[in-house]
Design a protein around this ligand. Structure first.
Ligand SMILES: [Zn+2]
Ligand SMILES: [Zn+2]
Length: 338
């Protein structure tokens, strides 16, 4: 099969690799589309640890090609989405039903070869059937929807609350479609690029704030009558945005950190954590969020069409990373079609 292999940070090559074989309870999936997520970009740049060489990628949809001898519930030709990672099933976290927090998680494109390939093997517990009418280039983004479902569950928007979302990337623009649906009366999306903020306005945001503009914090707080936001989602991965969340959140409010950072963030205003009695919550991955994510997309409550802006052949994976690095105008989610 063809696979894109990261040999060294910043050096990706498409090679002929051996097609993996499914084990007893595993399925070989023919990858029809795989998204380039910002986490993959960090692996590509060497900003997240991964054993090299490795096939990057963790957001994929495709069709079942071969099933292992003990597989039930899936057959050849079934359209599926593959979870980004899965638990070991035996550690204390997995046994407590918190697979998402398993310290020994198998993470595609991080701890083992990922989805930038023609085929990928996964255990049945990491597969979900998807509606046959759903385009694969959109279905790959179900992983991002599942992560957003977890962010909503962790943040628990309440009836009439005011929500802030920092970062109008794919995660932020999925969340902007869900906060109102889940009770928030008003959602404000924060970013640096006008075209992305315009997308937010068309996908559920009641207001947008460009943090490059003078006086943006005052304007933001004025949207809450000076009180601050009940609930703040940090999805940008920008250390300064994480610091800003402490200013934006109201006294007694919640901050949901739904981002991956290179390392520690200096300058966290810890005094506000105390003074405002803020609840600070992390979100990692989409485990447990997939069935609802599929329902939300099937029912049209989450729209993905405008979020997947580019479709490239696998051979152009490296160009895809460069488009993201350059922050090219109009690039949101890039789907590779192996
Ligand atoms: Zn991702
Ligand atoms: Zn485990």
């Amino acid at each position: 099969m063809r696979a894109a292999v990261l040999q060294l940070p910043g050096s990706l090559r498409v090679i002929d690799a051996e097609t993996p074989r499914p084990g007893r309870d595993e399925v070989l999936v023919r990858v029809k589309a795989t998204g380039i997520c910002s986490t993959d970009l960090m692996v590509y740049q060497g900003r997240q640890p991964a054993p090299l060489p490795i096939v990057p990628g963790h957001e994929a949809a495709g069709v079942v090609d071969v099933t292992g001898p003990e597989v039930v519930g899936f057959q050849e030709g079934d359209p599926v989405v593959v979870e980004a990672s899965w638990g070991c099933e035996v550690c204390a976290m997995c046994r407590h039903g918190q697979e998402a927090l398993c310290p020994d998680r198998v993470s595609q494109g991080r701890t083992r070869d990922g989805t930038f390939a023609e085929f990928v093997v996964a255990p049945t517990r990491a597969l979900h059937l998807i509606p046959p009418e759903l385009d694969f280039s959109l279905a790959q983004a179900l992983i991002s929807v599942a992560c957003s479902v977890r962010a909503i569950r962790r943040g628990r928007p309440g009836f009439g609350e005011r929500a802030a979302i920092l970062g109008p990337g794919i995660a932020g623009l999925i969340l902007s479609q869900l906060t109102g649906e889940n009770g928030a009366s008003h959602t404000t999306v924060f970013g640096t690029r006008e075209w992305r903020l315009a997308m937010a306005s068309s996908l559920g945001a009641n207001d947008t704030v460009n943090v490059r503009e003078d006086g943006w914090m005052e304007r933001a707080l004025s949207l809450t009558d000076g009180q601050g936001f009940d609930l703040v989602f940090e999805t940008s991965g920008d250390p300064q945005a994480l610091i800003d969340t402490f200013e934006l959140v109201r006294t007694g409010g919640r901050i949901v950190v739904f981002s991956i950072y290179d390392g520690p963030v200096d300058g966290i205003p810890a005094q506000l954590l105390y003074r405002k009695e803020v609840s600070l919550v992390g979100v990692r991955g989409g485990g447990g969020g997939y069935p609802l994510a599929i329902d939300l997309v099937r029912s049209g409550k989450v729209l993905l069409d405008s979020l997947v802006t580019h479709r490239l052949p696998l051979e152009d994976a490296e160009e895809g990373f460069r488009m993201m690095e350059r922050r090219d105008e109009g690039v949101q989610r890039i789907a590779l079609l192996p």
